[in-house]
Design a protein around this ligand. Structure first.
Ligand SMILES: *Cc1c(COP(=O)(O)O)cnc(C)c1O
Length: 465
C-alpha cells in the first residue's frame, strides 16, 4: 500500500509553465539528441529528473537575498554572512566559497594527490573520481558489500567497508594514500546514508595512519536526517548537532551547495584547523582558478542566497517532507514489485535497470535503456548511473563493468508535487510491463576521454545484429 504523501511545508507563489510533447515528437527529439538525455533541450522535457543539482526552488527569503547581495570584489557583506552561517553549522576554521562542488575538488585535490598515489572513498561521485584521475592518482571505491545488492534492505547502505579500507591502506602503503573521501550521502550507491558510527571508525583509521579525511558533503543534511531517524541514540538529537558531530570527524570538506543547500549555483570548501598550512595553497589555487577568495567564482547575490539556504536545508520539517516524497514514490514501486536500490535513499529513486532488463548486458547499458524509455513514455528526463556513466579504464581503455545498472530519478528540492510523483510511478510501471519486448540496448558511436556520459553519442543496436 502506498504510504501517505507528506504535504508541502510551504505554499507556491510563482509558477513556471511546463508542457508535454506528443509521443511521436519525443521519439524524434531523443533521436536528434543521439540518445543522450544531456543533449535534450530543457523545454522538450516535462518532468526533469536529470539531477537534483542546482534545480532546486529557492524560497522568498533567498530571492530577497538576491536583491541585497553585496557585489564588492573583496570582503563583501554577503561573504561574511556566508562565513557566519557555515561556521555556525560546520564549526570549521576556514571556509572557502567556490562556484560548485567540482571546483572545490579542483582546488583541493592536486594539493593532496599526485601520480602514484591513491584515494579511497566509500564511493566516488563521477566528477570526484575524475578530479582524482586528473591529479594523476587512482580512485578506489570501498563501499560495504550490502550496497551492491539493490534488493537487500538494511540501514546505512552507504557506509565504508572499514576492514577492506584498512587492508587497502596496508597493501598500497599508508604513505601512498593521499586522501580518504567519505561521501555523504553516498550518491553513486543510491543516495544511501553513512552512519555516525561508520564515520567515527573511518576517522579513527585515518588518524592511525595519518591520512587526510575529506567529507564530500553534497547531501550532508539528508544524511543527518537518516541518522536521526535510524541510528540508535540520535532520535532526540537536533539535526544541527548531528551535523556538527559528523563534521568533527573530518579534516576537510568539499561540498556542492547545489544540492542540500537549495541554491542554483555554489559550493564550499572547508578546513577544520584554521592554522593548517594548506589554507594558503587553497587561497592561491582559488585566486588563479575561481576568483578572489572572498567570492570564489560566485556573485555576491549567490553568496547571500547560499548563506540563507544553508539554514533552510537543515530545517527538520523540510527534511521530513523531502524524505516523505521519496518514501511515497518507493512504496508505489513496492506495490508493483519493481526493484530499486532499497530502502530508498535521500535524493531520488535508483531503479534497478539490470533487473528490469535482464536480457540486456552491461555493455549495452540497461540504465540508459530505461532512461530513454522514460522520456519516450512520459517526457521524464533521468540518467544512467551504471556502466555507461562509469566509462573506460583509464589505463587500458576497456569498458568497465559497474556494480549496478541504475536509472536515477533525481528529485529537485521543493519543485514537484504529488501528481508529478504519480506520473513518475505510472511511467515506470508501464515500461516494466513491456520491458521484455526490448531486446537490445545501445552502442556508443562517439565519446570524449573523460566524463563521457555528459557528451557521448549513442545509437540503438538493431535486434537482429
Ligand atoms: C554533485 C556532486 C559533486 C560535484 O558537485 P558539482 O556542484 O556538480 O560540481 C561531488 N560529489 C557529490 C557526491 C555530488 O553529488
Amino acid at each position: 500500500m502506498a504510504v501517505k504523501y507528506v504535504a508541502e511545508p510551504f505554499r507556491i507563489k510563482m509558477v513556471e509553465p511546463i508542457k508535454m510533447l506528443t509521443r511521436e515528437e519525443r521519439i524524434q527529439k531523443i533521436k536528434e539528441a543521439d540518445y543522450n538525455l544531456f543533449n535534450l533541450k530543457g523545454s522538450d522535457v516535462y518532468i526533469d529528473l536529470l539531477t537534483d543539482s542546482g534545480t532546486n526552488a529557492m524560497s522568498h527569503h533567498q530571492w530577497a537575498g538576491v536583491m541585497t547581495g553585496d557585489e564588492s570584489y573583496a570582503g563583501g557583506s554577503s561573504y561574511y554572512k556566508l562565513l557566519d552561517a557555515a561556521t555556525d553549522i560546520f564549526n570549521y576554521g576556514y571556509i572557502q566559497p567556490v562556484h560548485q562542488g567540482r571546483a572545490a575538488e579542483k582546488v583541493l585535490f592536486p594539493l593532496l594527490l599526485t601520480k602514484g598515489k591513491f584515494a579511497i572513498s566509500n564511493m566516488f561521485f563521477d566528477t570526484t573520481r575524475a578530479h582524482v584521475i586528473l591529479a594523476g592518482a587512482r580512485p578506489i571505491d570501498c563501499v560495504v558489500k550490502e550496497a551492491k545488492d539493490p534488493s537487500y534492505r538494511c540501514k546505512f547502505k552507504g557506509n565504508m567497508d572499514i576492514e577492506k579500507m584498512e587492508k587497502i591502506i596496508l597493501e598500497k602503503g599508508p604513505e601512498n594514500i593521499g586522501l580518504i573521501v567519505m561521501t555523504i550521502t553516498n550518491n553513486s550507491a543510491g543516495g544511501q546514508p553513512v552512519s555516525m558510527k561508520n564515520m567515527r571508525e573511518t576517522a579513527d583509521i585515518c588518524k592511525k595512519y595519518n591520512i587526510t579525511l575529506d567529507i564530500d558533503a553534497a547531501r550532508y543534511a539528508e544524511n543527518a536526517y537518516f541518522i536521526k531517524r535510524d541510528e540508535e541514540g540520535y532520535q532526540n538529537t537536533p539535526i544541527k548537532e548531528i551535523i556538527k558531530e559528523m563534521f568533527s570527524y573530518g579534516d576537510m570538506f568539499t561540498m556542492s551547495a547545489k544540492k542540500d543547500t537549495i541554491v542554483n549555483m555554489g559550493g564550499l570548501l572547508g578546513v577544520k584547523d584554521k592554522n593548517d598550512p594548506i589554507i594558503l595553497n587553497i587561497k592561491a589555487n582559488c585566486i588563479s582558478m575561481e576568483g578572489f577568495f572572498t567570492y570564489g567564482g560566485l556573485s555576491g547575490r549567490d553568496l547571500e542566497s547560499l548563506a540563507i539556504g544553508l539554514y533552510e536545508g537543515i530545517d527538520e520539517n523540510y527534511l521530513k517532507y523531502r524524505s516523505g516524497q521519496m518514501e511515497y514514490l518507493a512504496s508505489k514501486l513496492d506495490d508493483e514489485k519493481i526493484a530499486y536500490q532499497a530502502p530508498i535513499g535521500g535524493h531520488g529513486l535508483f531503479v534497478d535497470a539490470k533487473n528490469m532488463f535482464s536480457q540486456i548486458p552491461y555493455n549495452e547499458y540497461p540504465g540508459q535503456v530505461l532512461a530513454v524509455e522514460l522520456y519516450i513514455e512520459a517526457g521524464i528526463r533521468t540518467c544512467d548511473i551504471g556502466s555507461y556513466m562509469l566509462g573506460n579504464d583509464p589505463d587500458t581503455n576497456e569498458q568497465l563493468e559497474a556494480d549496478f545498472e541504475f536509472t536515477r530519478l533525481a528529485i529537485p528540492r521543493r519543485v514537484y508535487t504529488q501528481s508529478h510523483f504519480d506520473i513518475m510511478a505510472e511511467a515506470i510501471v508501464a515500461i516494466s510491463e513491456r520491458a521484455h519486448e526490448i531486446k537490445r540496448g545501445y552502442k556508443i558511436t562517439w565519446e570524449p576521454p573523460i566524463l563521457r556520459h555528459f557528451q557521448a553519442s549513442l545509437a540503438p543496436i538493431e535486434s537482429n545484429s
